[in-house]
Design a protein around this ligand. Structure first.
Ligand code: SAH
Ligand code: DHB
Ligand code: MG
Length: 261
């Protein structure tokens, strides 16, 4: 018979002993009071973070029927639930106000959720153009825009963004560009954003914190695209930029770049 085997597991500030017998885990020590206290403190912190976020959303970024419709319509059409958060939606509106946005370009529409936040930041006569590769997604977007009452100023164009962007030079400059489509071409989207904006414009990209800024994460083409995007905006002398953890419990967020005057 094999003797039990004890392994000391140390995950940062949490550590415990695992006891194995013949390859199976048969026990885990939890008699260490400080470990219990540390775990409780972490759980309390997580709960406080959630409560704070909920209170901020209630006060500053509540969703109305139009926004909720976009979420439901996307879900019912089987679209992935990967839209921005309400806090990010309100943050886009804040950025639009900061650059006096009258013309906004979005790359990656999904069900229209972020598009509604953006369109509602526009003054009368303003325009949002959002690019979407999937005709099915674009249909949902049109319904969402109608339901939210922004069809007069928001338009979805169907096609691959890299095919549509070269046709937009006569509609530039855009005051705000929001990049949130497929990740490998993020650096190319940045090149187009720089061509289609003016000094003072703001270029925002989603998902620039997630695996790109976390060490020891798996790398794929998408992560490489975002790493290169961050590298370029951080070092381009035409831009002042910051990646900001603000989503998914501060593990993801926007990268924001302002085109210098
Ligand atoms: N901005 C949306 C979420 C976008 S999800 C929101 O927050 O509500 C990403 C979207 O980009 C998907 O709908 C996907 O179909 C679209 N997409 C993926 N590749 C694309 C491409 N090459 N050109 C345009 N859209 C693309
Ligand atoms: C994914 C894409 C996104 O734009 C996002 O915000 C979250 C997830 C994805 O492709 O998994
Ligand atoms: Mg995203």
């Amino acid at each position: 018979m094999n003797l039990p085997y004890v392994r000391h597991v140390n995950w940062g500030i949490v550590s415990f002993l695992l006891i194995y017998e013949e390859g199976n885990t048969v026990g885990m020590t939890n008699n260490n009071e400080t470990v219990q206290q540390q775990l409780t403190a972490l759980q309390d912190q997580a709960k406080t973070r959630r409560e704070i976020e909920e209170a901020i959303i209630r006060q500053f970024a509540p969703e109305d029927e139009g926004l909720r419709y976009a979420l439901t319509a996307g879900k019912e059409a089987g679209l992935p639930q990967i839209q921005i958060s309400p806090i990010q939606g309100k943050f886009l509106q804040l950025l639009a106000a900061m650059c006096n946005a009258r013309k906004i370009l979005e790359i990656g529409s999904l069900a229209g959720y972020s598009g509604i936040w953006l369109a509602r930041a526009l003054p009368p006569g303003g325009r949002l153009i959002t690019l979407e590769v999937s005709p099915e997604h674009a249909n949902v977007v049109r319904n969402s825009f109608a339901k939210a009452g922004v069809s007069d100023r928001a338009e979805v164009r169907v096609g691959k963004a890299l095919d549509l962007l070269p046709q937009m030079e006569n509609e530039a400059p855009f005051d705000l560009v929001f990049i949130d489509a497929d990740k490998p071409p993020y650096p190319q989207y940045l090149e187009w954003a720089l061509r289609l904006t003016r000094p003072g414009s703001i270029i925002v990209a989603d998902n620039c914190v997630r695996r790109a800024m976390a060490p020891h994460q798996s790398q794929d083409e998408g992560v490489s695209g975002i790493i290169e995007y961050n590298k370029r905006i951080a070092s381009d002398p035409r831009l002042v930029s910051l990646a900001l953890a603000m989503d998914d419990d501060y593990t993801d967020g926007f990268a924001i770049a302002v085109v210098k005057q």
